[in-house]
Design a protein around this ligand. Structure first.
Ligand SMILES: O=C(O)c1cc(C(=O)O)c2c(n1)C(=O)C(=O)c1cc(C(=O)O)[nH]c1-2
Length: 247
C-alpha cells in the first residue's frame, strides 16, 4: 500500500484482514462450535481463555493511562467497567468465572492461572505489551478485531447450546452481554482510526496492528489445538484432564 486510502477504503482494508485472519477461521473454533470437542477440550478452552479475559481490563487501563483527552477517557473507561463490574459478583470477568464454575474448575485454580498453556500467557502478554509500547492509534486499532466478534459470538452461542448438553444458557451469559458491548466498542474504535490514520504510514501502522492482534488470537487457538486436540501434547505444568486440582 503506497497511496493514501479514503476512510471507506481503509475500513474495507481492515475488514479484509479480518476476513482472512480472524480466529473464526481456526479449526479449533470450528470444532468448538460444531460440537466436535469433548467436555475436557471445552474445559481447556474456558480455562485458558480466562487469562485473555483477565488481561483485557489491564490492557484497557494501559490504553486509558495514555489518553490525555478526558472525553476520550470517559468513553474508553466503560470497557474496564464492563469487565470488572461495579462491585463483587458483577462484570464480564465474573461471568467468565460462572462458565468455568459450570465446568467444575475451582475458582482459585482458574484465577491462579497455574494450569495455563505457556503460549496463552505469551500471546496475551504480547497484546498488553503492544498497547504499552506502540502509538495510541495502533493501540486503539489493535482492538478492532471486535468488529468481527459479534458474528463469531452468535455462531458460538448457537453451536455450543445445540451441541453440548453440559453447557447451559446461564453458563454462556458472558457472551450475551458482549453481543451489545462489542459493536459499541468497535464502532467507536473504527471511527477513531478512520479519523486519525491520515497518512500512508499511519494507515500501514493500523493495518499492521490489526494483523498483529489477529495473530494474538490465532496463536492461543494453535496452542489449545496442539495441546488438547492433535497431537494432544500438553506442555509440562499445563492443566491435564483428570488431574487433581486441590489448591
Ligand atoms: O469471543 C470472541 O471471539 C472474542 C473476540 C475478541 C476479539 O476479537 O478480540 C474479544 C472478545 N471475544 C471479548 O469478549 C472481549 O471482551 C474483547 C475485548 C477485546 C479487545 O481487544 O479489547 N477483544 C475482545
Amino acid at each position: 500500500m503506497t497511496t493514501l486510502l479514503s476512510p471507506a477504503a481503509l475500513e474495507a482494508a481492515l475488514r479484509d484482514i479480518g476476513h482472512r485472519r480472524y480466529h473464526n477461521l481456526h479449526p479449533f473454533h470450528a470444532a468448538l462450535h460444531g460440537g466436535r470437542l469433548s467436555r475436557d477440550q471445552v474445559r481447556a478452552w474456558a480455562l485458558n481463555r480466562y487469562f485473555y479475559q483477565a488481561m483485557i481490563p489491564v490492557k484497557d487501563a494501559t490504553i486509558l493511562a495514555r489518553m490525555q483527552d478526558p472525553a476520550l477517557r470517559r468513553i474508553w473507561r466503560q470497557r474496564i467497567v464492563d469487565h470488572d463490574g461495579t462491585g463483587d459478583g458483577d462484570g464480564g470477568l465474573e461471568r467468565w468465572l460462572k462458565l468455568t464454575d459450570s465446568l467444575d474448575f475451582p475458582r482459585d485454580y482458574v484465577v491462579s492461572t497455574r494450569g495455563l498453556l505457556p503460549v496463552t500467557r505469551y500471546a496475551v502478554q504480547a497484546y498488553v505489551e503492544f498497547v504499552r509500547e506502540r502509538s495510541l492509534l495502533e493501540a486503539i486499532a489493535s482492538s478492532l478485531t471486535e468488529m468481527f466478534a459479534p458474528t463469531i459470538i452468535s455462531e458460538r452461542l448457537a453451536g455450543m447450546l445445540a451441541n453440548y448438553d453440559f453447557i447451559s444458557p446461564q453458563a454462556l451469559g458472558y457472551f450475551d452481554k458482549r453481543l451489545s458491548q462489542a459493536p459499541r466498542d468497535a464502532d467507536f474504535a473504527l471511527d477513531y482510526v478512520k479519523q486519525h490514520a491520515t497518512s500512508v504510514a499511519l494507515q500501514q501502522s493500523v493495518l499492521a496492528a490489526l494483523a498483529f492482534k489477529c495473530d494474538v488470537l490465532w496463536a492461543q487457538l494453535d496452542g489449545l489445538h496442539h495441546a488438547y486436540v492433535t497431537p494432544g501434547l500438553p506442555p509440562p505444568g499445563a492443566w491435564i484432564p483428570g488431574m487433581e486440582l486441590a489448591s
